[in-house]
Ligand binder design. Structure first.
Ligand code: ADP
Ligand code: MG
Ligand code: ZN
Length: 595
């Protein structure tokens, strides 16, 4: 098949005007009946790499997927495009399964769990059909070196032996060499068939902020991003519940998601998130694979994740539609200490050493002042040749590096004189020489360190205290009323052996990236189209993004198409969508425009 016909097929079936990087290469490889391992970042459009060839091949493509939610989402999206696709999974009744099973010869795509694929009945049924190719989605699940190993995936090893003439396409966003090699070996693929794309996600704005009152930081962020949908990750269930509860009191539409909640509650939260009934999902890592909503505009980390892989995968859930999205991590050195402590308590020494190394790498990333993108890509084995990305805090902020040894000594000795019995606010008040009842009650105004930072603004004192925590000189105890304590490192500072430096950031006067970079559009019309989409989605009981992508609506709000031919030119608008919703859109555009 030549390039022009491929492009034509892309437009006809999916409505897209062009391929994203690497898609065409992978599609061609699959159509040429070659095995292929595609390693591309989240959001790069891996599904299309098998959905399109499935339509262009004789027979049925069989897609192995680790999660029912993932399968259902894809099948639903495909059915909206009139593409014959079904899934077979354990959530279906016996009758449903039987009927689907019988009708497989009318399908182009079948989504399956690995357990089902390997049953005798299924194998026999597949032999009676013509399988065009196998796809193993999230193929890193096959590797024990990956972070989401699934024992069921192991059985896929025998696929090649059982169907020697059927090509296999493996797709994943996990980039490490170790995992890739393991996948090749297990699926018996050759090195030459690996297609690895750049892991750069230029539309993600990456920030790491020192913790300085988490709730305030989160609220300030949400105020800056009004109405945007996003995920807030916390490392513990308790952390999730507390943040969710707090946001509720602030009138934010929010749900919580973690392994401690029942399946039913989780499924409901997930659905609410997909359908924009809630704005913010507060979650642990349990909210992970299968989060494919394309218009997630931000990911906030309240705690440092365990390693770079996990971090990159989690922030990768933002901005799959290619529009600008923001990722903010709130960093606190204490998380590093807690993580190391947990590592200490677990497992075999070799694994522990590896985990410690990974924790240190991420912690160094958080504290570094070089371009975040450069560091991340470097970690994944890529060189970032540009000077800076202009879309991370280290590229945008002005950073002033100052000697803070004297100030550090004053803060640390104050904590010491207060007998390491109080929290941040009181230490801050004593340093500032505040006159409060509590200070009088505990005679803290009698201390030699009382008012020792009188001339420093209160806000800066807080900053210094948190910077000392982040650098490991102080720590906060667990519990409802965290108490400031000195660490071993603090001794070196008090004895003049260790110097302390503070990096004070001031945000540069650079405007944040616009939602789209390729030209202005009419915000009023865009909002009208969003409302129209919401009505359609509610009527059809599917998430709004399955009707149209934001990007397509933005393009409509830019070009004002008034007939179906010009509407069809819009990227993301195929014949099916124009046929089904074209009139409503054109009405909306015509009613809006003053002409
Ligand atoms: P991945 O599996 O790689 O994380 P998906 O397959 O879920 O990514 O695709 C991410 C988004 O990109 C989807 O919303 C999809 O519709 C969209 N997409 C895929 N290919 C194209 C394309 N060629 N042009 C525009 N959008 C695309
Ligand atoms: Mg995917
Ligand atoms: Zn940068």
């Amino acid at each position: 098949m030549d390039a022009a016909s491929l492009l034509q097929a892309l437009k006809t079936h999916f409505g897209f005007n062009s391929f994203r990087p690497y898609q065409e290469e992978i599609v061609s490889q699959v159509l040429a009946r070659q095995d292929c391992l595609a390693i591309l970042p989240t959001g790069s459009g891996k599904s299309l790499c098998y959905q399109l060839p499935a339509l262009l091949s004789e027979g049925i493509a069989v897609v192995v997927s680790p999660l029912i939610a993932l399968m259902q989402d894809q099948v639903q999206s495909l059915q909206k495009l009139d593409i014959p696709a079904v899934s077979l999974n354990s959530s279906m009744t016996g009758t449903e399964r039987y009927e689907t099973f019988q009708q497989l010869d009318q399908q182009k795509l079948l989504y399956l769990s690995p357990e089902l694929l390997l049953t005798d009945a299924m194998q026999a049924r597949l032999r009676s059909l013509k399988v065009s190719f196998f796809v193993i989605d999230e193929v890193h699940c096959i590797s024990e070196w990956g972070h989401s190993f699934r024992p069921e995936y192991r059985q896929l090893k025998c696929l090649k032996a059982q169907f020697p003439s059927v090509p296999i396409l493996g797709v994943t966003a996990t980039a490490t060499q170790k995992v890739a090699t393991d996948i090749l070996q297990q699926l018996q693929m050759r090195e030459t068939n690996v297609i690895k794309g750049s892991f750069d996600r230029p539309n993600l704005m990456i920030q790491v902020k020192d913790r300085n009152g988490t709730r305030d930081q989160v609220m300030a962020f949400l105020k800056d991003h009004p109405g945007h949908t996003g995920i807030i990750y916390a490392s513990t269930r308790k952390g999730v519940d507390q943040m969710a509860k707090y946001l509720q009191t602030q009138q934010i539409r929010v749900a919580a998601y973690h392994a401690g909640l029942s399946d039913q509650v989780r499924a409901q939260a997930f659905q609410q998130f997909l359908c924009d009934d809630i704005q913010v999902m507060v979650a642990t890592v349990a909210f992970g694979m299968g989060v494919h909503k394309p218009d997630i505009r931000f990911v906030i980390h309240l705690n440092m994740p365990q390693n770079m892989e996990q971090y990159y995968q989690e922030i990768g859930r933002a901005g799959r539609d290619g529009l600008a999205a923001t990722c903010m991590m709130i960093f606190n050195y204490q998380d590093v200490i807690i993580q190391k402590h947990l590592i200490e308590k677990s497992g075999d020494p070799l694994v522990q050493a590896e985990q410690r190394r990974k924790t240190d790498q991420l912690s160094a990333f958080c504290q570094s002042v070089t371009c975040r993108r450069k560091s991340l890509l470097h970690y994944f084995g890529e060189t970032y040749s540009q000077e800076g990305c202009k879309a991370c805090d280290n590229c945008l902020d002005e950073i002033e590096d100052v000697d803070g040894t004297i100030i550090a000594q004053k803060v640390l000795s104050c904590v010491y004189r207060m007998k390491q019995k109080f929290g941040v606010s009181l230490v801050c008040q004593v340093l500032a020489g505040a006159k409060t009842a509590k200070i009088r009650q505990f005679n803290l105004d009698q201390l030699s360190t009382y008012g020792i930072l009188k001339e420093v603004p209160r806000h800066d004192i807080r900053f210094y205290i948190f910077a000392l925590i982040n650098q490991g000189f102080l720590y906060l105890t667990d519990g409802e009323y965290p108490i400031l304590r000195l660490t071993q490192l603090a001794r070196g500072v008090l004895s003049f052996d260790t110097k302390v430096r503070f990096r004070k950031r001031s945000v540069a006067k650079v405007a944040p990236k616009q939602l789209v970079s390729d030209g202005p559009y009419d915000e009023g019309l865009y909002q009208k189209l969003v409302a129209l989409r919401r009505d359609i989605a509610q009527k059809e009981r599917v998430p709004a993004y399955m009707i149209f992508h934001n990007k397509a609506l933005i393009e409509i709000a830019r070009h004002f198409p008034r007939d179906s031919v010009s509407l069809l030119n819009v990227n993301g608008m195929g014949q099916r969508k124009v046929g089904r919703y074209g009139d409503q859109i054109i009405d909306c555009v015509t009613a809006y425009s003053p002409v």
